[in-house]
Write a protein that binds this ligand. Structure first.
Ligand code: DHK
Length: 148
């Protein structure tokens, strides 16, 4: 069984570390990728870590995950709150999906409190900073273990 986990990041996360550090922290996306690689190795997982500012590209990658990934960790960023198309793509994925938000979306503007993606996620992690990605991968490892 595939032990590959797609870690997908949505729009503006390429600016992590530079963009609103009081909300999203000082770490860059490269730091998050390094963290994910470390945690994945500890759990015998392989990650495929990607970021896009384009909705269609994220959707294409979710389709690709159907063939290549056992699980998806996704921070859809702004698309969490707007994209039925990303929700539909994720609904067509068979494995576990863990949704990550670096910030606590429930403590912010009202429009951030609803995420389309949460309706198909096995779990949602918000407000744990970039550590949320590590927690998500730990959870994926447990879920895949339970399935094996
Ligand atoms: C990231 C974004 O870019 C926002 O649009 C979301 C999310 C929250 C985060 O906390 O990682 O509302």
């Amino acid at each position: 069984m595939s032990r590959t986990v797609f870690v997908l990041n949505g729009p503006n996360l390429d600016l992590l570390g530079k963009r609103q550090p009081e909300i999203y922290g000082q770490e860059t996306l490269a730091d998050v990728k390094a963290l994910c690689s470390r945690v994945a190795t500890e759990h015998g997982l392989t990650i495929d870590f990607r970021q896009s500012n384009r909705e269609y590209e994220l959707i294409d990658w979710i389709h690709e995950a159907r063939e290549r990934a056992a699980a998806i960790v996704v921070n859809p960023a702004g698309y969490s709150h707007t994209s039925v198309a990303i929700l539909d793509a994720l609904a067509a994925f068979d494995g576990p999906i863990i949704e990550v938000h670096i910030s606590n979306i429930h403590k912010r503007e009202a429009f951030r409190r609803h995420s389309y993606v949460s309706t198909v996620a096995a779990g949602v992690i918000a407000g744990c900073g970039t550590q949320g990605y590590a927690l998500a991968l730990q959870r994926v490892a447990s879920l895949l273990e339970a399935k094996a």
